[in-house]
Design a protein around this ligand. Structure first.
Ligand SMILES: Cc1ncc(COP(=O)(O)O)c(C=O)c1O
Length: 452
C-alpha cells in the first residue's frame, strides 16, 4: 500500500511534521529490524544515522521490548513521588556508567526538558542567571533550550518566543575556526575567549556545551579543550554542563564523550541512546552536593511522566544490552573502520571539504572549493527552505536503500552501534555514488564563477 492509498482512505493522516510542512510527503514506514527499516512497499533502508542518531541498539532489540512488556504488566505508571524498583535499578546502573560523582538523577521525557532542568538547577544553585552557550549548537526546542541553541533554529523564535539570559561564544572548530586561528598554534584561543566572556559578563551561572557538537557538524575538540574549559569554570565558580543527548551511550566510543578527556561536568544531560529510542526518556544528572541545595529549596520542574516506569525499564534493559554486546568497544572498532572508509572518499570527490569524527559519529562536510572551505550551502538557505545539495545526495541514497542524516552542508553519520562491516561497506558505497551529484554541483558553480 502506498502513502497515497493510506491518505486517501484515512480521514486525517498526520503528516508527522510541522517544519516547512507545505507539500511535505513523508515516507510511510511500517517495520524495522536491526540496522534496517522498511517502507509500506516493502523496500528496505539501511539506517545509517540511526534515525535521529538515537537507535544505538538498532531496531527490534528483544531484551528492551521484553523489559517494556514486563514493566507494563507489573506497574505501567505511578506518580514520580513514589519509589519504584525499576527506578532504584536504573539509578544504580547509572552510577556505574556515568562519570564518577554524578549520582543524583532527574528523569525527564526528552533531551530538551533534561536541559531545562539543568538550566533551572544551575541558576538556582549559583544564584546567577546567564548561560554561556556556543553558536554551533543545538539543545532542544522548548523555551530555554531553543534560547540556548546557537544554530539557525533559534532565529524562528526571535525575539518574541525566545527566553532570556543566554549569551553565545565561539565553538571549537579546528577545520574552519570562527575566530580565524589554527590548531595547535592557537593555544585553544576559543576556550580563552569563553573565559574573556565570563570575566566581562558577570552573572554567568554555567557554560553549556555539547562535548562533540552533533547535528551542527560533529565538531570534535582537540584534547586540551575540555580540561581547559573545566579549569576556566572552576576559576570563576561557574558550572560546566555537558549536553550528551547525542554523544552519550557509546556514540563516540566511550559511554560519554567527556570520558575521552577525563573531565567531570557538574551537570550532564542525556536522552536518545539512554533507551536506544525505544521509549522517550531524558536524564539530568548532577552531583550530590549540587542536588543537596534542593533539600530545602523547591524545584519546580516535575512532570506527570517524570520517571515513568515504562521508560525506566527500557533504559535498564538498554544498558544491559550495551554491556552484553560490548557495544562501547564495538563503537571504537567499527568507528575506526567507518572513518577509514569515509576518509578514503575525500581524494575522489572535489565536493568533500572535510571528514571528521570519533567512534561511530562522523561528518562529511561539502564545500564549494576545498581551498576556501566555503560550505556548499548556508544556514540561511536551509532556514528559507531552499534546495540543498546535501539533501539531493541524501535523496539519491534513499533511492538506493540507504538513509543518511543531512544538515546544511554535511552529513551526520551515526549508525546503530550493532552495524556490521558489510553494512558500512554498503552505505559508504551508496554515499560514494551519490556524491557525483555534489561534485557536479560544485564544479558547475566553479565554472559559472570563472565565466562571470
Ligand atoms: C545535543 C542535543 N541536545 C538536545 C537535543 C534535544 O533532545 P530531544 O529531541 O530529545 O528533546 C538534541 C536533539 O537532537 C541534541 O542533539
Amino acid at each position: 500500500m502506498s502513502f497515497d492509498d493510506v491518505s486517501a482512505t484515512t480521514a486525517r493522516f498526520d503528516y508527522g511534521t510541522w517544519r516547512l510542512q507545505k507539500g511535505w510527503k513523508p515516507l510511510h514506514v511500517v517495520d524495522a529490524e536491526g540496522c534496517f527499516f522498511i517502507d509500506a512497499a516493502g523496500k528496505r533502508y539501511l539506517d545509517f544515522s540511526a534515525q535521529l542518531m538515537c537507535c544505538q541498539l538498532g531496531h527490534k532489540n528483544r531484551a528492551v521490548i521484553a523489559a517494556i512488556e514486563e514493566q507494563a504488566r507489573q506497574l505501567a505508571y505511578i506518580a514520580p513521588s513514589y519509589a519504584t524498583d525499576v527506578r532504584a535499578k536504573l539509578s544504580d546502573l547509572l552510577t556505574q556508567v556515568l562519570p564518577a560523582g554524578l549520582e543524583k538523577f532527574f528523569y525527564t521525557t526528552s533531551g530538551t526538558d533534561a536541559n531545562e532542568a539543568a538550566f533551572k538547577i544551575a541558576r538556582m544553585v549559583t544564584g546567577r542567571t546567564k548561560i554561556l552557550a556556543r553558536y554551533r549548537s543545538y539543545h532542544g526546542s522548548t523555551m530555554g533550550s531553543i534560547a540556548a541553541t546557537g544554530d539557525f533554529r533559534r532565529w524562528s523564535t526571535e525575539p518574541a518566543a525566545k527566553g532570556q539570559g543566554v549569551i553565545f561564544g565561539p565553538e571549537v572548530n579546528c577545520y574552519k575556526c570562527s575566530i580565524q586561528h589554527t590548531y595547535p598554534g592557537c593555544g585553544i584561543a576559543c576556550a580563552d575567549y569563553l573565559e574573556h566572556m565570563i570575566a566581562n559578563e558577570s552573572d554567568v551561572a554555567a557554560v553549556f556545551v555539547e562535548p562533540v557538537v552533533g547535528t551542527n557538524g560533529v565538531l570534535v575538540p582537540p584534547p586540551e579543550y575540555f580540561p581547559k574549559l573545566r579549569q576556566i569554570c572552576d576559576r570563576h565558580g561557574v558550572l560546566l554542563i555537558a549536553d550528551e543527548v547525542m554523544t552519550g551511550w557509546g556514540r563516540t566510543g566511550e559511554w560519554f564523550a567527556v570520558n575521552h578527556w577525563n573531565v567531570k561536568p557538574d551537570i550532564l544531560t542525556t536522552a536518545k541512546g539512554l533507551t536506544s529510542a525505544y521509549a522517550p526518556l531524558g536524564l539530568c544528572a548532577t552531583t550530590a552536593q549540587i542536588a543537596s541545595y534542593f533539600d530545602d529549596h523547591y524545584f519546580a520542574h516535575g512532570h506527570t511522566y517524570e520517571a515513568h516506569p515504562l521508560m525506566l525499564a527500557a533504559a535498564v534493559a538498554a544498558i544491559g544490552e550495551y554491556r552484553r554486546l560490548d557495544l562501547i568497544a564495538r563503537a571504537r572498532e567499527m568507528g575506526a573502520y567507518l572513518g577509514d572508509k569515509l576518509r578514503a572518499l575525500k581524494p575522489k570527490h572535489p565536493s568533500i571539504g572535510d571528514v571528521r569524527g570519533i567512534g561511530l559519529f562522523w561528518a562529511v562536510e561539502l564545500v564549494r572549493a576545498q581551498q576556501s572551505k566555503e560550505r556548499v550551502n548556508s544556514a540561511a538557505e536551509k532556514w528559507q527552505g531552499k534546495p540543498l545539495v546535501v539533501d539531493q545526495v541524501a535523496a539519491e541514497m534513499m533511492k538506493n536503500g540507504v538513509a543518511i542524516g543531512s544538515w546544511i552542508s554535511h552529513f551526520v553519520i551515526a549508525p546503530p552501534l550493532i552495524i556490521t562491516r558489510e553494512e558500512i561497506d554498503m552505505a559508504v558505497a551508496a554515499l560514494d555514488a551519490a556524491l557525483a551529484i555534489a561534485d557536479n554541483a560544485v564544479m558547475s558553480q566553479a565554472s559559472e564563477f570563472a565565466r562571470a
